[in-house]
Design a protein around this ligand. Structure first.
Ligand code: G6P
Ligand code: MN
Length: 450
């Protein structure tokens, strides 16, 4: 087992999330001792804006931890023990395109769901594999804990191209939902144990256990009135309390009004009620704009003020996003076998889904990686939804690896948010034009008109 204190690299060091993650690390230093934090980004200019904020956060807690800020992968990864990955290929500018192009065609515009997520997948799979190769070249045996989106597609791409890589793909959405669940029930988040199955951003809580008792019946009653929020909407941290997120938590109500059996991941709104989502989306001002004008601007302004005055305003938060990745890394580092919801190869955990599907289920996190719990068979409705989404995501990965236009079109057509093949083609063609600098070339095996 790797011995502390650890060297940790953050790939995507210029992310708006970096200060929050580092703050989480500082709060937990006794549990997860660090010798060095390295920020690594291909956009050195952006990273240099964030780095002084990170340095201040570190120095408020420790004088001894070394901070290295670099665009050189060798400097970043040599002898690193852990890498936290959070790359955003194309940055928020391309997220804006992912959201706005489908909306122009009347289709859901979203970061990871629908055509936006597929476009983001086509941008991210190969750079993610490059990152894995760099880490393997310079660090022996480092664990990569990966937040990079779209996580389901990234996980499938990595499984196909680098099946042996020490990568654990994670998402903070289930744990964010658990935070709200705990607030609604009036218990600590740590007191809540869940059962869950699905794909990333496409799944359901089947049980919510507190002291061994399933509290889903009580939650159903609450959700029927307020959605997955406390009555006064105070349950969330700042990231998930923007108006668009409040609406998302409230939408758990219509989802459960129709299918009360299980508690859906909030992202199911995009697949099960896409029309209502589109009706409420502004094609000229999407979540990317909200984030650029909100989280990003606030952090950049704080960095500028800190530079000017030496005082760092309160500009970021340590929510579940920061604490979850530290929890997972700790469990890997010390073989704690903590139970977390993560993305793993199925291998029979969900009995009636493909053995090699990348699924999101509870797992015990050991020093050798995750051990999924046995979920068993899932009911036909959920199985059908998941299989369609899985085929869509797998086709997208194949399109990326083979450079196949047809497979990309099939992936877009299979997505539940896309009503017709004509919509799929129109959106795909617009996205090819917008993603010229990022996507692999997609070739048509059959020429048009034949
Ligand atoms: C959740 C999801 C992430 C996603 C994020 C978007 O936390 O789990 O995968 O990236 O929401 O949040 P944002 O505030 O950027 O819209
Ligand atoms: Mn996520």
């Amino acid at each position: 087992m790797t011995k502390p204190p650890f060297i940790l690299a953050i790939a995507g060091g210029g992310s708006t999330y970096t200060p929050g993650i580092v703050k989480s690390l500082m709060v937990r230093l006794a549990d997860f001792p660090l010798a060095e934090i390295r920020l690594y980004d291909i956009d050195g200019e952006r990273q240099d804006i964030i780095a002084p904020v990170v340095e201040k956060v570190i120095r408020d807690h420790s004088q001894s931890i070394k901070l290295t800020v670099t665009t050189d992968p060798e400097v970043a990864f040599s002898h690193a023990h852990f890498v936290f990955a959070q790359m955003r290929v194309g940055q928020y500018k391309m997220r804006e395109q992912d959201e706005k192009i489908p909306l122009r065609h009347g289709v859901v515009g979203q970061e990871t769901c629908g055509p936006g997520g597929l476009a983001y997948g086509l941008r991210t799979i190969l750079p993610m594999v490059e990152l894995i190769d760099l880490v393997e070249r310079y660090a022996d045996n480092a664990w990569i804990v990966n937040y990079s989106n779209p996580a389901a597609i990234v996980a499938e791409g990595v499984r196909r191209l680098r099946p042996q890589a020490r990568v654990l793909n994670i998402c903070d959405m289930p744990v964010a939902a658990m935070r709200n669940i705990a607030a609604v029930l009036g218990v600590d988040r740590e007191a809540v144990t869940v059962n869950y199955f699905g794909l990333n951003h496409f799944g359901w809580f089947t049980q919510v256990l507190v002291d061994g008792v399933d509290r889903l019946p009580q939650l159903r009653e609450h959700i029927a009135r307020f959605g997955l929020l406390t009555e006064d909407a105070a349950a969330t941290d700042p990231q998930h309390s923007d108006p668009s997120w409040v609406k998302t938590w409230r939408n758990i109500k219509p989802l459960m009004d129709h299918f009360p059996e299980y508690l859906p991941n909030p992202y199911m709104q995009y697949y099960l009620m896409p029309n209502q989502i589109v009706e409420h989306q502004n094609p000229d001002y999407t979540r990317a704009n909200e984030v650029m004008d909100g989280r990003e601007k606030k952090l950049f302004a704080a960095a500028a003020e800190y530079k000017r005055t030496g005082i760092l305003p309160d500009a970021f938060h340590v929510g579940v996003h920061g604490s979850f990745i530290v929890d997972v890394a700790r469990s890997l580092a010390f073989d704690l076998r903590q139970r977390h919801l993560v993305i793993v190869e199925n291998r029979g955990a969900i009995a009636n889904l493909p053995y090699d599907a990348m699924v999101e289920v509870p797992a015990y996190i050991t020093a050798n990686g995750p051990e999924a719990v046995t979920v068993g068979k899932i009911p036909l409705f959920y199985k059908g939804l998941i299989e369609q989404q899985l085929a869509c995501e797998q086709l997208l990965v194949e399109a990326t690896l083979e450079g196949s236009y047809e497979k990309a079109l099939q992936a877009f057509t299979l997505n539940r948010t896309v009503p017709t093949m004509q919509h799929a083609k129109a959106i795909l063609d617009d996205m090819i034009a917008a993603n010229q600098d990022y996507w692999p070339q997609l070739e048509q095996a059959y020429k048009e008109g034949i």
